[in-house]
Design a protein around this ligand. Structure first.
Ligand code: AP5
Length: 225
């Protein structure tokens, strides 16, 4: 199997669909980085940067950070050398304007979107997943109190850092995030369907079953050229 140079994958789906859980593992399998716009904002907030503090005003109520700020952040991130062989984008793009800006970025650098897995999960399951989610302080690894518990309570299996509950996982904020997703992000399903890169994935199964499907789906061989 030979990989294309600079192929990008966009993981699409509602809040709590499992984009982050899957993107981290699949990126490891493919040997490319996982880039989560949410993690980039949270990292900025942890470092108390101006951008992080501004983004948090939107994140804490479940609204989207404005497109210009988000696009500039991702543009800088994908220009780094670790993206030389492509990357998995998780949580970006999230609006039609972001998707168009991303297309332009890729065109400028001769890259393309190879596939867009759209992870579908019923709304009741999303709420249960988000209300029990535990996130690691250091690198954003994700666990769930019931569905994917850490080996040692309160401690990340991978880097030993503390696990915490995200402020935007409160029920009222989750409800707004789902509303915002329906209004601003769901149109991207059509956008990528029209471009022939969207693939639906049933996200209402075990984490391992979904990972196995995604790895099979995204591995690229020369016949795809
Ligand atoms: P972001 O961090 O991207 O949040 P999100 O898209 O709402 O996605 P989540 O991280 O909530 O869910 P996920 O799909 O990654 O699920 P996970 O794997 O964690 O964004 C946060 C905020 O930042 C946004 O609201 C916005 O304000 C801002 N932002 C970010 N990007 C932006 C952009 N592009 N433009 C503007 N603003 C932006 O899984 C959830 C839980 O379920 C976990 O506990 C996990 O263990 C569990 N789980 C996963 N899979 C399964 C399974 N198969 N079965 C059972 N449990 C499972």
């Amino acid at each position: 199997m030979e990989k294309h140079l600079r192929d990008f994958y966009v993981f699409l789906g509602p809040p709590g669909a499992g984009k982050g859980t899957q993107a981290k593992v699949v990126a490891y399998h493919l040997g490319i980085p996982q880039i989560s716009s949410g993690d980039l904002f949270r990292e900025n907030l942890k470092n108390q940067t101006e951008l992080g503090l501004l983004a948090n005003e939107y994140i804490k109520v479940g609204d989207l950070v404005p497109d210009d700020i988000t696009v500039a952040l991702v543009r800088e991130r994908i220009s780094r050398t670790d993206c030389a062989n492509g990357a998995i984008l998780d949580g970006f793009p999230r609006t039609p304007a972001q998707a168009e800006a991303f297309d332009e970025m890729l065109l400028e650098t001769g890259c393309k979107i190879h596939k867009v897995p759209y992870i579908k999960v019923p709304e009741e399951a999303l709420i249960k997943r988000l209300s029990g989610r535990l996130t690691c302080r250091d690198q954003g690894h994700v666990f769930h109190k019931q569905y994917n518990p850490p080996k040692k309570p309160g401690v990340c299996d991978f880097d030993g850092s503390e696990l915490y509950q995200r402020e935007d996982d409160k029920p009222e904020t989750v409800a707004n995030r789902i509303r915002v997703y329906e209004e601003l992000t769901r149109p991207l399903v059509e956008y990528y369907l029209d471009r022939g890169v969207l693939v639906e994935v049933d996200g209402d199964r075990s984490i391992d079953a979904i990972t196995a499907d995604l790895v099979k789906l995204l591995e690229v061989d020369e016949s795809d050229v």
